[in-house]
Design a protein around this ligand. Structure first.
Ligand code: BG6
Length: 494
C-alpha cells in the first residue's frame, strides 16, 4: 500500500507458537492482498542461532499449515520471504540491542528514509520490562509519530500488576504508541456488532432495560488446554478469557452510541461500560459466579482425558477451565438486566455467541397462555457460525390458530466468502496507526478491576463453587442453576 510509510516490523518471540500460527500467516496474507507497505522488512528475533535461509524455510512450512492462503508458488513465496531477516537476540543483553540499532539504521539508509518501527512483543510478560527499558536506553523508538509497540495478552495478572505495567511502558512510549491487542476485536463478526447496532434505526430503540430481559454471552471451545498445561495452571479461564475477550464483547453489546468512529470516542464509550459493571465483592462471589474443571468425557465422539490428567497440570489443581457469571450494569440503559457470561474448554461444541432475550409479551391473547410463547430473541453468532438470527412467533399454517416459533437469518458471508483473519485486521491497523480496536490503559485496568475481587475470593477458598464437568458437556449443572434462579436458561445452538 502506497500510503503506509516504509515499515520495519520487529517480532520478539519469532520462533514461538503465536508467530507460527498467527503472525506470519497474517503478514503473508496482507502481502498477498497488496496491503503491506511498498517497502517493509520483518526482523524476526529469537534466542537461538539461525540463518535467514533456514528461518524462511521454517516460515514456508508454517504458512502451508496455518495460513488461509497457501503458498501458490515458490517464486511468490520468495518475494515475500526476501523481506524477512532473522536476528539472534538475547533480551537480557545490551549488546543485542546495539546490534539491533545498527540493523535498524542500516535498513533506514537502504529505504532512503527513517522507516516506521513496529515492535511486536510475543514474549512472556516477565521480559517486557527489560525490553522496554533497553528500547528507551538506545533510543530505538524515539519517534512517537512513527514508532509503535504491540503487546499481547496477558497484560498483567491482576489490577495492580496491570497498573505497574502501564506505568513502566509509559516511561518509554506515549499511550498512543501502545497497541494492547485482544484478537477478538479483530474478528469480523465482533466488529459487525457496531455496524448492526449503529447502522440501523430499528433495534437501537429497543436496546435497553425497557425491552431487553437478559443478555447472554457464550465463548465455548471444544479444545482442552492442549500443550499449554503449565501456562494454563497459572491462568485459568477467568484471566484467559473473561478479563479480556468476554469483557470486550460485553462492552460492544452494552456501550452507548459513539458520536464518531474516532478511536478515543469509541474507547471512551467502552470504558464507560466497564466502569458501570457492578463490582462483585468477595462475599458475593459464591452467589454470582460458578467455576468448573473438565473431567474426562467425549467431545465430538472422541474420548478425551480430564484436566488433571493433562501434561503440566498439578494432580490436585483447582484451576478453572470453565466460568459462568452474572453481572449487572449500574447505568440508565441497563439497570436490572442480568448479563450472563460463560466460557469453557472441552465443551460440547465451539461456539461464540450473544443472545439478546426480549421481555415476554405482557398478556397472551391466545388460549394456551403465556407458557406456549417463546420470547423474542436476537442471536448474534460470532464463530464458527457467523450469522444473526431473529426469533419470533408466527401462526402455524392450518385451520386452527396456533403459534410456532420462526427465525429470520442473516448469514454474514452470504455476500462474500473472503474473510481476513483477526490478526490481519489488527496488524494492518497498527501499521496504519489506528488504535481503535486496541485497548487503552484505562480499559485494561477497569477490566482487571472487575475480575480481581473474584480472583481473590477464589484464591481464599480454593474450592468455592468449583465443580467438575464432563468433557463434551455444556459445563457443570451449577451453571444452569445460576440462570434458573431468575427463570432463565442458557441458549445453545444445539
Ligand atoms: C486465547 C486464549 O486468547 O483465545 C486461548 O488464550 C483460547 O486459551 C483462544 O483458546 C480462543 O481464540 P479463538 O479465536 O480460537 O476463539
Amino acid at each position: 500500500v502506497k500510503n503506509i510509510k516504509p515499515s520495519i516490523i520487529l517480532i520478539f518471540g519469532a520462533t514461538g507458537d503465536l508467530a507460527k500460527r498467527k503472525l506470519f500467516p497474517a503478514f503473508y496474507n496482507l502481502y498477498l492482498d497488496g496491503r503491506m507497505p511498498e517497502k517493509f522488512k520483518i526482523m524476526a528475533l529469537g534466542r537461538a542461532e539461525n540463518s535467514d535461509e533456514k528461518f524462511r524455510a521454517y516460515v514456508a512450512e508454517n504458512l502451508n499449515e496455518f495460513s488461509r492462503n497457501k503458498i501458490p508458488s515458490q517464486e511468490s513465496f520468495e518475494q515475500f520471504a526476501s523481506h524477512i531477516t532473522y536476528l539472534q537476540n538475547n533480551i537480557d543483553e545490551e549488546a543485542s540491542y546495539q546490534n539491533l540499532k545498527v540493523q535498524l539504521d542500516t535498513t533506514d539508509i537502504a529505504f532512503g528514509e527513517r522507516a516506521n518501527r513496529l515492535f511486536y512483543l510475543s514474549i512472556a510478560p516477565s521480559f517486557i520490562s527489560t525490553l522496554s527499558n533497553n528500547i528507551k536506553k538506545l533510543g530505538l523508538a524515539a519517534n512517537p509519530d512513527q514508532d509503535r509497540i504491540i503487546i499481547e495478552k496477558p497484560f498483567g495478572y491482576n489490577k495492580s500488576s496491570a497498573i505497574l505495567l502501564n506505568q513502566l511502558l509509559s516511561q518509554t512510549f506515549r499511550e498512543e504508541q501502545i497497541y494492547r491487542i485482544d484478537h477478538y476485536l479483530g474478528k469480523e463478526t465482533v466488529q459487525n456488532i457496531l455496524a448492526f447496532r449503529f447502522g440501523n434505526s430499528m433495534f437501537e430503540p429497543l436496546w435497553n432495560r425497557n425491552f431487553i430481559d437478559s443478555v447472554q454471552i457464550t465463548v465455548a471451545e471444544e479444545v482442552g488446554v492442549e500443550n499449554r498445561g503449565a501456562f494454563y495452571e497459572d491462568t485459568g479461564a477467568l484471566k484467559d478469557m473473561v478479563q479480556n475477550h468476554i469483557m470486550q464483547i460485553l462492552t460492544m453489546v452494552a456501550m452507548e452510541a459513539p458520536t464518531s468512529l474516532q478511536a478515543d470516542e469509541i474507547r471512551n464509550r467502552k470504558a464507560d461500560v466497564l466502569k458501570a459493571i457492578r463490582r462483585i465483592t468477595p462475599q458475593e462471589a459464591e452467589h454470582y459466579t460458578v467455576r468448573g474443571q473438565y473431567d474426562h468425557g467425549t467431545v465430538k465422539e472422541k474420548p478425551v482425558s480430564g484436566y488433571l490428567q493433562e501434561k503440566g497440570v498439578a494432580e490436585n489443581s483447582t484451576t478453572e477451565t470453565f466460568v459462568a457469571m452474572k453481572f449487572y450494569l449500574d447505568n440508565w440503559r441497563w439497570q436490572g438486566v442480568p448479563f450472563y457470561v460463560r466460557t469453557g474448554k472441552r465443551m460440547q461444541e465451539k461456539q461464540s455467541s450473544i443472545v439478546i432475550s426480549f421481555r415476554p409479551v405482557p398478556h397472551s391473547t391466545f388460549s394456551f397462555g403465556k407458557e406456549g410463547m417463546m420470547p423474542n430473541r436476537l442471536i448474534i453468532n460470532i464463530q464458527p457460525a457467523m450469522d444473526i438470527r431473529l426469533q419470533f412467533m408466527t401462526k402455524k399454517p392450518g385451520l386452527s390458530l396456533s403459534l410456532r416459533p420462526a427465525e429470520m437469518v442473516f448469514d454474514y458471508f452470504s455476500c462474500s466468502t473472503k474473510s481476513p483473519e483477526a490478526y490481519e485486521t489488527l496488524i494492518l491497523d497498527a501499521l496504519l496507526g489506528d488504535p481503535t480496536l486496541f485497548m487503552r490503559s484505562d480499559q485494561v485496568e477497569e477490566a482487571w478491576d472487575v475480575v480481581t475481587t473474584i480472583q481473590e475470593a477464589w484464591e481464599n477458598d480454593k474450592f468455592l463453587n468449583l465443580h467438575k464437568y464432563e468433557a463434551g458437556s455444556w459445563g457443570p449443572e451449577a451453571s444452569d442453576a445460576l440462570l434458573a434462579r431468575q427463570g432463565h436458561t442458557w441458549i445453545s445452538n444445539t
